[in-house]
Design a protein around this ligand. Structure first.
Ligand SMILES: [Zn+2]
Length: 622
């Protein structure tokens, strides 16, 4: 390949043995000890010429003995870093160091990192041990490690695809809606450029049945075999839920997401398999699809720029919505066109996350959510919201009741926990249905949280480690909880009452008017949650094949401002803050009338072309 030969030519003669691709990353191997210890200047020159990053690695025969290397690392790194495991990937000359305090392994300005590299002739990779034990985080790392040979070949194939001269007859850029346009759920958009085709998000629609549950993949524009990549904004099922099915159909290309997104998605995918198996609808995928998706994942950090297809460069920036959630920014061609995918987002401060990023100098096309796009969708200020939340909780505790909070496993649950702890709450907080597992994932990535939360965690005030948190791990635990008269908070999945243990809690606690049902997240129009919000006073309970309606006497409270989405004011403020001048704003991810209303108002206020297309519409961008 041209670029690889060029790099070999540019670097000093006789030191480079081979140059390989791992995705868009260029890896050069050397057999020369001296060069490996001091290559910075030479490599810098080449990088500035080719405008691509190069990672230098030693050939196998330079690697020091593994036992010696382990000892050496323990000598270099202070014990306070609490190294918990060290293992090797000789196929790539990598040593993986797993520590409780990764920063202390890297050292100031990367000083220890460099020392390890130059004294052991292995390239270090550093991973954090989660403060709450997480089978998912550890399981994925182990799985990637076991599949290192496959990964190596796969990443090379992806790299070759990225750098190939892909000539097509297309001279346009188009975006096509396959789901989530004029609706909330099954988000999926296809982008076609002169040299590439990618998909952004591929979700399912909670509570929907039949073909409405999945994106519209029988559209003639879609063929998974010519898809270069899938890009995932964040790990809610309505954005990531259908991905394993694509791998089961035979897609074998890369999926790009942040590391927390991959961990959270895997947790949700496995859970969804359970839910599907219990349900009536035919399962959309199995564990095989999940494993394939993980095997093909390429994770990127916020701000990391990466080529993902022959003419598309991707950067993720934080969107303030959930842990690891990102705005994908796509740079197409040589600056021909830029697309900002601004959903889902929160342009406001929360306990867990900083507000969404806005510093995009260029974006000719913006896709934005309209979940709360109507002029009526304005939340109370944050402090007021927290007060409404705490007052409702405290009132229930005083009358000896229990508060049930239906929540997605991810984000709203953790936000509610953090608010309770921050307000000095003294009663037990029971976590049911995967929320505990999600906490484990959160605790592995403090660097993805708000600056305030990071500070708290580093000062030992980790809300996930609070003794008030109680895990419900069996039906027996639930029965004990229902029988007890002690006030408490129960946070349980699913968030829209479409399934999950929350329905069991409602069945057993719903008749008692001392208790409270508290909604803190979005309820889709087809969900039981929405019906109850609108005044429905019964809970349908399935007994065998029969459905029986049981009275709902508990207090029902909706706390709106805790949503992980921007409200109407925040959406407008976000658009206003962007430094770029978009040519068009496409409103998606909203109920039909809200999306249309929002688009109309954006046109009026910003004087920019704005519209709310329907699924299957295609928009030419260039
Ligand atoms: Zn979301």
């Amino acid at each position: 390949m041209e670029i690889l030969n060029k790099i070999k030519e540019l670097l000093p003669e006789n030191v480079i043995t081979r140059v390989e691709l791992e995705g868009s990353e260029i890896i050069a191997y050397t057999k020369d000890k001296k060069f490996f210890q001091n290559y910075e200047e030479d490599v810098k020159k080449v990088v500035s010429q080719i405008k691509k990053r190069i990672e230098m690695r030693p050939e196998k025969n330079l690697n020091m003995d593994q036992e010696f290397t382990k000892e050496k690392i323990k000598e270099i790194v202070s014990e306070d870093a609490k190294i918990n495991n060290i293992y090797f990937e000789p196929e790539r000359s990598l040593v993986v160091i797993v520590a409780e305090k990764p920063g202390m392994v890297i050292g100031r300005g990367g000083e220890l990192f460099k020392k390890i590299r130059t004294e052991t002739f292995w390239v270090p990779r550093i991973e954090r041990v989660p403060s709450v034990k997480s089978d998912i985080v550890m399981g994925i790392r182990k799985y990637m490690h076991e599949n290192v040979n496959y990964r190596k070949k796969f990443l090379n194939r992806v790299g070759e695809n990225i750098f190939k001269k892909n000539e097509t007859s297309r001279n346009w850029i188009r975006i096509i809606g396959l789901g989530g346009w004029r609706e909330v759920g099954r988000s999926c958009s296809l982008i076609e450029t002169p040299k590439s085709k990618i998909m952004i998000d591929c979700g399912v629609k909670a509570g929907a049945t039949g073909s409405e549950i999945a994106p519209i993949l029988n559209a003639s524009e879609f063929n998974y075999s010519d898809l270069d990549a899938i890009v995932i904004s964040h790990s809610h099922m309505d954005h990531v839920g259908f991905v394993p099915a694509l791998y089961e159909y035979g897609f074998d290309g890369p999926i790009y997401m942040t590391t927390p997104s991959l961990d959270l998605a895997t947790l949700l995918w496995f859970d969804f398999i359970d839910v599907m198996q219990k349900g009536i609808t035919k399962p959309l995928f199995t564990a095989k699809g999940v494993k394939e998706a993980v095997k093909h994942a390429i994770t990127l950090d916020y701000g990391e720029v990466s080529d993902i297809a022959p003419d598309i460069r991707l950067t993720f920036q934080p969107s303030g919505h959930i842990l690891g959630s990102a705005f994908p920014h796509l740079h197409i061609g040589e600056g021909q066109h830029n697309i900002l995918y601004a959903l889902d987002q929160k342009f406001g401060r929360t306990m867990m996350l900083d507000p969404s990023y806005t510093d995009f100098p260029r974006a000719e096309t913006i896709l934005i959510e309209s979940t709360y796009g109507s002029y009526r969708n304005v939340f109370p200020p944050r402090y007021e919201t927290e007060k409404i939340f705490m007052d409702a909780v405290n009132k229930t505790m005083e009358r000896g009741g229990k508060v049930i909070i239906p929540s997605f496993a991810v984000e709203r649950a953790q936000e509610a926990m953090a608010i309770l702890i921050d307000n000095g709450f003294k009663y037990p907080i029971y976590l049911d249905g995967m929320i505990w597992d999600a906490n484990g994932i959160f605790s592995a990535y403090p660097e993805y949280m708000s600056r305030t939360m990071q500070k708290k965690i580093y000062n030992g005030e980790d809300p996930f480690a609070s003794p008030l948190m109680k895990r419900i791990s069996s039906h027996n635990d639930r029965e004990k909880l229902w029988d007890s008269n002690d006030p408490c908070v129960i946070i349980s999945t699913s968030g829209m009452l479409t399934g999950g243990p929350v329905l069991d809690h409602m069945k057993n606690l719903g008749e008692n008017s001392k208790n409270t049902l508290m909604f803190i997240g979005y309820q889709s129009s087809v969900s039981l949650g929405r019906r109850i919000q609108e005044g429905y006073k019964e809970i349908p309970i399935q007994i065998g094949s029969k459905i029986i309606n049981q009275k709902l006497n508990m207090e029902v409270v909706t706390v709106e401002g805790l949503s992980g989405h921007s409200d109407r004011k925040q959406l407008m403020a976000f658009l206003n803050r962007l430094p770029c001048n978009p040519e068009r704003v496409i409103c998606v991810h909203g109920e039909s009338s809200r999306a249309a209303e929002f688009a109309g108002d954006i046109s009026k206020i910003f004087g920019v072309d704005s519209f709310a297309p329907k699924n299957l519409e295609a928009i030419r961008l260039k």
